[in-house]
Design a protein around this ligand. Structure first.
Ligand SMILES: Cc1cc2nc3c(=O)[nH]c(=O)nc-3n(C[C@H](O)[C@H](O)[C@H](O)COP(=O)(O)OP(=O)(O)OC[C@H]3O[C@@H](n4cnc5c(N)ncnc54)[C@H](O)[C@@H]3O)c2cc1C
Length: 400
């Protein structure tokens, strides 16, 4: 029997397992990952941005853990020779309405204790000659990294400390008794553990329901589609360039992202997906779709954001209208510059009443903890999320 079993070899599960083993070197720990390698889903399909913590509700878990995450991520990268760059970011307003929302966002950034600066039109022009707007927020602490590389390094460190990672281990059922948790695996012998931590990303609701937890949410998958600029445009911007986001949505809008390998991506949008872990544009999974269609929260959230949802579909299918999203602030990008790039899929928790869950969400039983909602900036925040989970789990069964 293991002391701890962690479900999910994404950055959240690996960060948690690695820190747990550091804190309790005498306790055995296993990470169960259904894919053939770690970091195959959200952790390996994202923008690679180390967010400063500007956008989030002050006092929320996202606001606090993101801010801590920046420092923790930099430290981890420095300690482990992982390339990292604090290139900074601009949030650019392009009209009067966005200018006002940008000022509101600036207030929020200050309330979150983030070091930001306001640029007027001319300052924006001289900072980024290829970007047009009425003004911008400059965040100097925003950075870029390869989160899959971070996660793989966490896996290496965990194994060096004596932790185990089992790949190809899909959890199919979980039974909790007063003494232990039994975890059934597809095509393998079950395992037993004193405590379980589930960090299952796009499958978080299904794993929670395996233990009878129903907090009234379901994961609704939203595709984030990217393009990549040609190599001769790698120097088009010095910072990351973001639009002013819609405050009602947890997505940040199509941005120009400098990647740590020197390339530049455009994206991601946020389109309804019909397969949770399917990355092709027309992928459809009958179980995923059927469960979503039976979930009242899906219909409610879709109805309340119908205009945005339809626009996202149009932009997804019709490249010229996707292009307009980026040309709004970077007119030099042309249609031929949008080259194919792999999409990512966000695990977004939606409540029965159609509310999009903005903050990180956790649930628990006597012997388990569940990460129910860990969308962006959970990669940035993975180390403090892991710390938070470690604090909770070590207090769960103190006398075992
Ligand atoms: C398009 C996009 C852009 C993003 N950009 C950023 C960004 O710039 N900055 C940022 O901070 N965040 C960003 N994010 C968010 C970030 O990527 C995620 O919040 C983070 O990776 C979540 O990590 P995770 O470990 O919870 O999930 P995942 O990486 O999805 O890992 C979950 C793991 O659980 C495994 N699993 C699931 N079910 C089972 C089962 N039954 N048995 C065994 N294993 C199972 C899966 O195979 C998977 O490996 C972005 C996300 C997307 C999709």
């Amino acid at each position: 029997m293991y002391d701890y079993a962690v479900i999910g070899g994404g950055i959240v599960g690996l960060s948690t397992a690695w820190q747990l083993r550091q804190r309790q070197p005498g306790k055995s720990i296993v990470v169960l990952e259904k894919e053939a390698a770690v970091a195959r889903h959200q952790t390996g399909h994202n923008s690679g941005v180390v967010h400063a913590g500007i956008y989030y509700e002050p006092g929320s878990l996202k606001a606090n853990l993101c801010k801590q995450g920046v420092q923790a991520t930099i430290r981890f990268c420095n300690d482990n020779d992982i390339p990292f760059e604090q290139c900074g970011k601009l949030i650019v307003a392009t009209n009067a309405d966005e200018q006002q929302r940008m000022l509101d966002l600036h207030e929020r950034a200050l309330a979150n204790g983030i070091d930001v600066e306001l640029l007027d039109e001319q300052q924006l022009r001289s900072t980024e000659p290829n970007i047009e707007g009425t003004g911008a927020i400059l965040s100097g602490t925003t950075g870029i990294v390869d989160y899959a590389a971070v996660a793989r390094m966490m896996a290496t460190r965990l194994e060096q400390l004596g932790g185990e990672i089992v790949t190809g281990a899909e959890v199919t059922a979980i039974a909790e008794s007063p003494e232990l948790v039994r975890v059934d695996l597809a095509g393998r012998d079950p395992i037993e553990a004193r405590c379980l931590i589930a960090c299952a990303g796009l499958m978080a609701d299904r794993v929670a329901r395996m233990m009878g937890i129903d907090t009234g949410f379901r994961i609704v998958p939203y595709r984030g589609e990217y393009y990549q600029l040609p190599p001769d445009k790698n120097d088009i911007v010095r910072h990351l360039i973001y639009p002013v986001p819609d405050p009602g949505l947890p997505f940040l809008g199509v941005h120009l992202t400098r990647m740590i390998d020197g390339t530049v991506t455009v994206g991601p949008n946020a389109v309804q997906a019909w397969k949770r872990e399917g990355y092709g544009r027309f992928n459809l999974d009958l179980r995923d779709t059927w469960e979503m269609l039976r979930f009242p929260g899906f219909w409610r959230v879709t109805a309340s954001h119908l205009g945005t949802g339809l626009a996202e579909f149009r932009n997804s299918l019709w490249k010229p209208s996707y292009l307009k999203l980026v040309q709004k602030y970077c007119p030099t990008v042309q249609l031929g510059d949008l080259r194919p790039y792999p999409a990512g899929i966000r695990a977004q928790a939606v409540m029965n009443d159609g509310t999009l869950v903005h903050d990180f969400l956790f649930a628990e039983t006597s012997r388990s903890l569940h990460v129910c909602n860990a969308p962006s900036p959970a990669a940035t925040s993975a180390i403090p999320i892991g710390e938070y989970l470690c604090d909770k789990i070590v207090n769960k069964v103190p006398h075992d």
